[in-house]
Structure formats: structure tokens, C-alpha cells
Design a protein around this ligand. Structure first.
Ligand code: CP
Length: 335
């Protein structure tokens, strides 16, 4: 694809070579993310970071990524703090904000809302998550992490064995990651969800149509045997029709050190898009795994900054000139 000036709305936009381009660019951002150097390549540029649904990682890492490239960030963090509450349409909001910004990141609870917004925007829009539909930058950082973690073992993404665990019905990160992995060869997907929270049939059909092996499990223990990656997800309680319905699923699957030791291979990498639900009755990814060296969740979150810097650099057409505007950091860095 031609990244320059493009909206990033869905992983459907990417080919394998596009992904390789994003990841090569992300690799070049490490010196800036680690504060070895500063770049001002986006000095004067403005990001509107519009989050109409709660977020910690996506919002702050997109903002940090833009700041690290030298740009300024303007934010809205709630629907009630915007004029959407006064009945303003997404289209009018887009027309106005694109006059104030060079690029917009948007999260919104309705599926398709970010595409609707982008259609009226005069500047590139990046989807920060639209309902249960897609979370493309999360899937990119997940794949970037998978690639990094397994590369140390001499393995590549082709032939990967991955267990996707938890709420596969509403989890947009999983939907996007499945579609991205479907571009590779001979992946074995173990889809592990309680009855009622299985992956959408369209996602399963896509994986099967592309020739991947898909096995469905309703028990955690059997689903996580013989995998390179176990990718755990939170029950997306905010998507359920009622809290009572969501409560029925809380705590059904809990990956902890004992379950990991009994069922996973010794070097199975543990991932989670975060946030994990650490309330005592939930614990889909227990904190007793925090000392496990195969727990990659915080390396995964760190990678989000690199991948989001790469997306900005490619969309704003500065990827090859970032170093020209750089200098060493003048302060003491403890990284
Ligand atoms: N993974 C993720 O999207 O986290 P946030 O909801 O905190 O942005």
C-alpha cells in the first residue's frame, strides 16, 4: 500500500511487504524510544488523539510516539467532554478536527465509527479501536512482539503455533491479530474460549480458507498444549448486554504459574494486549507469572511506541528522514 496520507483503519489494508516496511521502520525508532537520541522531524505537526472510550496504553503510547517524533498532541478523553454530547455528528467532528490537525487517532465504541469519521476527514485517521471490530495498531505491535520473541529461538512467523484464549467474541485485538497472521503460512491456531465467547464464524472461516489449522477448545488446559505463544485476553465486560451476563464468564479461565507449568512448553511465550483484569475474581493472567521470563506483556506494551512511531512516520512521509533531524539526548537517561 501507499502509506503516505492514508487512513489506517483495518489490518485488511496490509500485505506482508507492508508489514515488513512497518516493522523495519519500527526498528529504527528504538534509539528514540530508548532516549539515546532525540528527533524533531515532526516539529510543528499536531496529533489530535480522540479517545471516546477508556484507554491507557493506546492513547498514551500514540501520544508519546508523536511527541518522540517532535510533534504536539491535543486530546479528548471522553465523549462527554466533546460536542458529540450536543448532537454533533462524527462527520462534522471530523471536518472540524482535520482543520486543526495533521493526523488524528480515534477510538470509539461503535463498530465502523472510525471509518465513518475518516471518510469526512481531510487528514489521515488511525483507528485506535472501534467497538468489537478492529484494533489494527494493537495487532501490529502484537505481531512485532511475536516476531521478536520467537526470533531469539531461530523461528519465524510461518509455522507459528498460537493459542488465543478468553473472550474471542468481543476482543477486537484478537480479530485484528487473526487477520494479520492469516497472511502468513501454516499457522496453527488454537482458539480457546468458553461456550458463548467463541471467535466470530467469519474469522474462523477466513483462517480455514487460507489453509491454516484451526482447533477449537472450551477448556483452557487442553488448548494451551504445544504452542509457541499463549495470547490471553480479558473478558470485554463493556461489550455485554448486561453486567449479569458478563459476570457469568468472570474467572472461568485463569492462567497462572501452576497451569502454565502443567500444560505449556517450557519456553511458551505469554502475551496479553492488556489491560489484564487483576480483580481477585477475574485473574485471567495471574500476577504469580510476573517473574516468569516468558511473560512478554510489558515488552509487548513497550513495542507499541515503536510501531506507532512507525505508523506516523510512514503516513506523514518522514520515515527515511527521521535521523536527519536528530541529536543526542542532553539529559541523564536511566534507560
Ligand atoms: N491494549 C489496549 O488497547 O489497551 P488500552 O485499552 O489501555 O488502550
Amino acid at each position: 500500500m501507499n502509506f503516505v496520507g492514508s487512513h489506517i483503519l483495518s489490518v485488511d489494508q496490509f500485505s506482508r511487504s507492508d508489514i515488513a516496511r512497518i516493522f523495519e521502520t519500527a526498528d529504527t525508532m528504538l534509539v528514540y524510544a530508548e532516549r539515546q537520541r532525540i528527533t524533531r522531524i515532526l516539529e510543528g505537526a499536531i496529533l489530535s488523539n480522540m479517545f471516546f472510550e477508556p484507554s491507557t496504553r493506546t492513547r498514551v503510547s500514540f501520544g508519546s510516539a508523536f511527541n518522540l517524533l517532535g510533534g504536539e498532541v491535543r486530546e479528548t478523553t471522553e465523549v462527554r467532554a466533546s460536542s458529540l454530547t450536543k448532537g454533533e455528528s462524527l462527520e462534522d467532528t471530523a471536518r472540524v478536527l482535520s482543520g486543526y490537525s495533521d493526523v488524528i487517532v480515534m477510538r470509539h465504541p461503535q463498530e465502523g465509527s472510525v471509518a465513518e469519521f475518516a471518510a469526512a476527514s481531510r487528514v489521515p485517521v488511525i483507528n485506535g479501536g472501534d467497538g468489537s471490530n478492529e484494533h489494527p495498531s494493537q495487532a501490529l505491535l502484537d505481531l512485532y512482539t511475536i516476531r521478536k520473541e520467537i526470533r531469539t529461538r531461530g523461528a519465524g512467523v510461518d509455522g507459528l503455533r498460537i493459542a488465543l484464549v478468553g473472550d474471542l467474541k468481543y476482543g477486537r485485538a484478537v480479530h485484528s491479530l487473526c487477520k494479520l497472521l492469516a497472511l502468513y503460512d501454516n499457522i496453527h491456531f488454537s482458539l480457546v474460549a468458553p461456550p458463548g465467547l467463541s471467535a466470530p464464524p467469519a474469522v474462523v472461516s477466513l483462517l480455514e480458507a487460507k489453509g491454516h489449522k484451526v482447533t477449537i477448545h472450551h477448556e483452557l488446559e487442553r488448548g494451551i498444549h504445544h504452542v509457541d505463544i499463549v495470547y490471553v485476553t480479558r473478558t470485554q465486560e463493556e461489550r455485554f448486554a448486561s453486567q449479569d451476563e458478563a459476570d457469568r464468564y468472570r474467572g472461568l479461565f485463569q492462567l497462572n504459574q501452576a497451569v502454565y507449568t502443567a500444560n505449556c512448553e517450557p519456553n511458551t511465550v505469554i502475551m496479553h494486549p492488556l489491560p489484564r483484569d487483576s480483580r481477585s475474581e477475574a485473574q485471567e493472567l495471574a500476577s504469580d507469572l510476573d517473574a516468569n521470563p516468558n511473560l512478554a506483556i510489558f515488552r509487548q506494551a513497550d513495542n507499541g511506541v515503536l510501531v506507532r512511531m512507525a505508523l506516523f512516520a510512514l503516513v506523514l512521509d518522514v520515515a527515511d528522514r527521521v535521523d536527519e533531524f536528530s541529536k543526542p539526548v542532553p539529559w541523564h537517561s536511566h534507560r
